[in-house]
Design a protein around this ligand. Sequence first.
Ligand code: ADP
Ligand code: MG
Length: 466
Amino acid sequence: MHEKTWASCLQFIKERIPGQSFQTWFLPIQPIKLENDVLTIQVPSQFFYEWLEENYVHLLRESIKSEIGDNGRLEYSVVVDRGDESAKPFTVNVSGAINSQNKNRVNGFDKYKNPQFIQELASDSNLNPTYLFDNFIEGDCNRLARSAGYAVANKPGVTSFNPLMIYGGVGLGKTHLVQAIGNEIKRNHTDKYVFYVASEKFTNQFIDALKNNNIQEFIAYYRNVDVLILDDVQFLKEKEKTQEIFFHIFNHLHQNGKQIIMTSDCAPKDLKGLQERLVSRFKWGLTTDLQQPDFETRMAIIKRKMQSDGIDIPDQVMEYLAYTIDTNIRELEGVVISLIGHASLTREEIDLELAKRVLKNIVTDIDSEVGIDYIQKTVSDYFSVNQDDLKAKTRKKEIVIARQVAMYFSKDYTNHSLKSIGYHFGGRDHSTVIHAVQSVNDMIDTNAKFRYSIDELKKKLKIRSL
Ligand code: ADP
Ligand code: MG
């Protein structure tokens, strides 16, 4: 019964307000019961309740009147962490008051402007002026994200790309791109207040605000922003309170046509540990990813870097670098910078020889971090076998496979000789290692599932080596 009544109320409301507001403020409401003409609805938080009372009370009353009659009334039940029993309920007590006596405070809030506080929180937009569209090289790997970003930069808050969510692995250019959007907006729309913040910093600011009892100022500050850029939202995982506050800020900004731009190291659906209602909002706008740059893009990035540093190096060297470093752009840049540094210190010409030497030094650094022991541990964890069995005599099939895979990675990721690798696997000889590497290569060619496992393991091993 209550469901049906609420459905009719929703219909009534839907016809009278913009779709976005309807989605934000009415869809999350659950009808609980209808008794004696009193409809009880459940709202996700205190703040939500306040917002409804502040902005939609008349509409709600009208809808109740039209569906239940003149005697109809509305009651709220406020929950905070619906669907997550393990998390401690948390109420964001935004105004300290939910009734009309203190309404001014609630209202005063929106219009809150206190330059001094703002200065404390952030002296400017936090944007790095060197991250621009101009020096963000376009390639297949980033075309969609780049052009969506460009559209947003020209019409912040107006396109359907709101929020704009850009995800991708480490060092693929997320921060560069979102900062470029911010800088471009500042250039085209001098009246807009753009604000960039890393999620980690946002979390710390929030914790400070909690400690110092100025949550109100914190929220008010963020509500005043025209363009909010929140970098690395995966950092908010498991941080219930911070998510809660961000949810409210998000809703407020979105509702008011303000632009929200976010980045994450994985697709929204894989953001485990983030509240579903938050993730579902991320999907309202456009979600797009940055992929690993292809060879041409890597070449273009190196060229650009060399040009801006006024350095000339043979194409052959650039090709060698672009070919060898295919993981991410940060790493690529790192190598290019070392190379330039090296050449200027020793006054050597940058030739292939030098490039190889410099690269080898860097690769050795990586190797020293990923040792055979670490590989054995990662691989045995992955295949759920005992690490000691990799060194033992057992010929059980799953152990043999894990052992061979660990040998294969030891050869690829460390500087150990075949002999030394054999030694670390229970004193086997080098021909066993050669055989293992061959078997693994064969299986990679013939077995898709196995190939997938190897890719997964590569990711795990690489993450540590960066
Ligand atoms: P992420 O935030 O994804 O970890 P960053 O934005 O910090 O990556 O990028 C790492 C480095 O690579 C930065 O120095 C950035 O300028 C550079 N970079 C990334 N993508 C590009 C690109 N398409 N063109 C030029 N430089 C890039
Ligand atoms: Mg980043």
